[in-house]
Design a protein around this ligand. Structure first.
Ligand SMILES: Nc1ncnc2c1ncn2[C@@H]1O[C@H](COP(=O)(O)OP(=O)(O)OP(=O)(O)O)[C@@H](O)[C@H]1O
Ligand SMILES: [Mg+2]
Length: 242
């Protein structure tokens, strides 16, 4: 089986700071991979590199067997690579329904303006993340953090991802909200979605992942099953900061 995504020795430097350092890992098709590490380890930077929101200093990104380093962000999205943001980024001037609509055609906002809306399709996606009619008509400024994270998920699911990059989807959520998002992700996984999920909330991460990659100071620290990685002394030291 060939990996859906493979990172080969990717490096990102910001001036003198090496945020990601010769990092290599992969995710198989249909697999769910947890990406963990202390604050500043380089997890979000990895996602920025996969999306071409930051340019690689060096290294290779291989998606479905093809190098994609030269593809701009919107082409990567078209190819099915979609992400959520650690700090949700909705379009504040639009209701939830239109935010989902934009997700459905991320590569073409012109098309979105020209084409008639399909409220049934938008509502179906809204319902899949637990929204009702009320939230559907609300503006992002009126939503709780839990609902904003749900909207991030709705927007990405609307884009029909093959590979979903989830950055701290549980941060700021109640236990009940975490449970709902977990169920949604498990369901999407049954449909064949592949994802990489970053979370500081290791307990919530555990039921969602087949495998875990731990990083620290931009480099790979440990790789294996959730239990193996958490039991790794190097990982424990990195978290304790010793
Ligand atoms: N645009 C940027 N310019 C300069 N330095 C940056 C930039 N983005 C990230 N960094 C630095 O790169 C390193 C890795 O940051 P990154 O946000 O990827 O960490 P993280 O693992 O996502 O951390 P957290 O768990 O806190 O979200 C940090 O030292 C950070 O300060
Ligand atoms: Mg981060």
């Amino acid at each position: 089986m060939s990996p859906l995504l493979e990172l080969r020795n990717i490096t990102k430097r910001f001036g003198g700071l090496t945020a990601v350092n010769e990092l290599s890992y992969h995710v198989e098709e249909g697999e769910s991979l947890g990406l963990i590490g202390p604050n500043g380890a380089g997890k979000t930077t990895t996602f920025n590199l996969i999306m071409d929101e930051f340019q690689l200093t060096s290294g290779q990104i291989i998606y479905r067997g093809t190098n994609i380093e030269k593809l701009p962000t919107h082409k990567r999205v078209q190819e099915g690579i979609v992400r959520t943001y650690q700090v949700p980024r909705p379009f504040h001037e639009m209701p939830v329904s239109d935010n989902i609509r934009i997700g459905m055609m991320p590569e073409n906002i012109g098309k979105m303006i020209a084409e008639a809306p399909d409220p049934d399709a938008e509502m179906a996606i809204a319902r899949s993340v637990g929204f009702g009619e009320r939230e559907f008509a609300m503006y992002p400024g009126e939503l709780s953090m839990g609902d904003l994270r749900r909207l991030e998920l709705a927007r990405t699911i609307a884009a029909g991802p093959k590979l979903l990059l989830l950055d701290e989807v549980f941060a700021g959520l109640t236990v009940a909200e975490i449970g709902q998002i977990t169920e949604l992700l498990l369901e999407k996984r049954k449909d064949g979605l592949t994802y990489i999920i970053v979370s500081h909330d290791l307990r919530s991460l555990a039921p969602l992942v087949d495998r875990v990659v731990a990083m620290s100071f931009g480099a790979l620290l440990s790789e294996g099953s959730f239990d193996e990685v958490l039991a790794d002394e190097k990982v424990q030291e990195a978290y304790l900061g010793t």
